[in-house]
Design a protein around this ligand. Structure first.
Ligand code: PBE
Length: 266
């Protein structure tokens, strides 16, 4: 289609999200690394997606901090700007983190938590349903029911539980609501009892490190939550990835005629 020239833009702003997010920390680094003159706004994921949608309806120029998995990539034709300096790191993984003694205290649950994995496309299914107005519980239940065989594989080597309690902490971005609720149903369907704790990302790492929560599926690594991992990693058991090929960066609609962060410069 017809391209919008970025030079015509009121290109003074890059639309950011929550200040504590890893994406914002990486975005600030990108502003420095590339010497960008724009103002990086602080706000929320909800405001960012609202502004993105408004701009796209007008075919107006816009740059946001974005990530995938996220429903915006299903709803709109978007692109990540190339990041030759790797300010946003390489492709991310989402990891499951547990408190240090969980393996010793709850070995059976630990096995199942360790087996939990899905894909970008899986998570996208839940996120699209969520954006279409479905409740997160309903959307997560639907995914678990539709993927019975995959879930059965996660149960391999795990014994049906007799109501063992798992304290499942999670961040509150849509992607993290999706993984936490899907994991909750996977656990509950096998007899575990799950208590959910929704927390900000900093306190979430602290909760795992200090043992006030058993587990979280919400850690984006190695880059996005690096500073929290640097701070708390020694006190945490990293069970490895539950999803690969996640990504963060500067995102623009496909109709914007730039492809690299370097082109935001002038
Ligand atoms: N996110 C979604 C979060 C992690 C999950 C990419 C916006 C962040 O910390 O940036």
């Amino acid at each position: 289609g017809e391209k919008v020239n970025f030079d015509y833009a009121p290109n003074e702003y890059i639309i950011g999200i929550e200040p504590g997010s890893g994406t914002m920390q990486a975005a600030k680094r990108a502003m420095d690394d590339y010497g960008l003159h724009q103002t990086l706004t602080t706000g929320s994921s909800a405001v960012m997606t609202q502004m993105l949608g408004d701009a796209i309806r007008k075919k107006a120029p816009i740059v946001v901090t974005g990530w995938t998995p996220h429903w915006k990539f299903a709803k709109y034709d978007l692109k990540f700007l190339n990041d030759p300096k790797e300010s946003f790191g390489k492709p991310e993984e989402i990891h499951t983190l547990a408190r240090k003694d969980l393996k010793k205290d709850k070995p059976n649950a630990y096995k199942l938590l360790d087996n939990f994995e899905w894909t970008v496309d899986d998570m996208q299914e839940v996120l699209i349903d969520l954006n279409d107005g479905m409740d997160i519980k309903e959307a997560s239940r639907k995914w678990v029911n539709n993927n019975h065989d995959r879930v059965q594989k996660m149960y391999e080597g795990v014994k049906v539980s007799n109501g063992e309690l798992i304290n499942l902490a999670h961040a509150t971005w849509d992607s993290e609501l999706a993984s936490a609720n899907v994991l909750k149903y996977i656990l509950e369907d096998y007899g575990f009892e799950v208590r959910m704790m929704a927390v900000e990302i900093g306190p979430l790492f602290a909760a795992i490190a200090y043992g006030s929560a058993d587990v979280t599926p919400s850690a984006w690594l190695p880059q996005t939550h690096k500073n929290y991992m640097d701070k708390y990693g020694d006190l945490i058991d990293d069970l490895g990835s539950n999803l690969v090929n996640a990504r963060i960066g500067f995102v623009v609609p496909a109709y914007i005629d730039i492809d690299s962060i370097e082109e935001l410069k002038d």
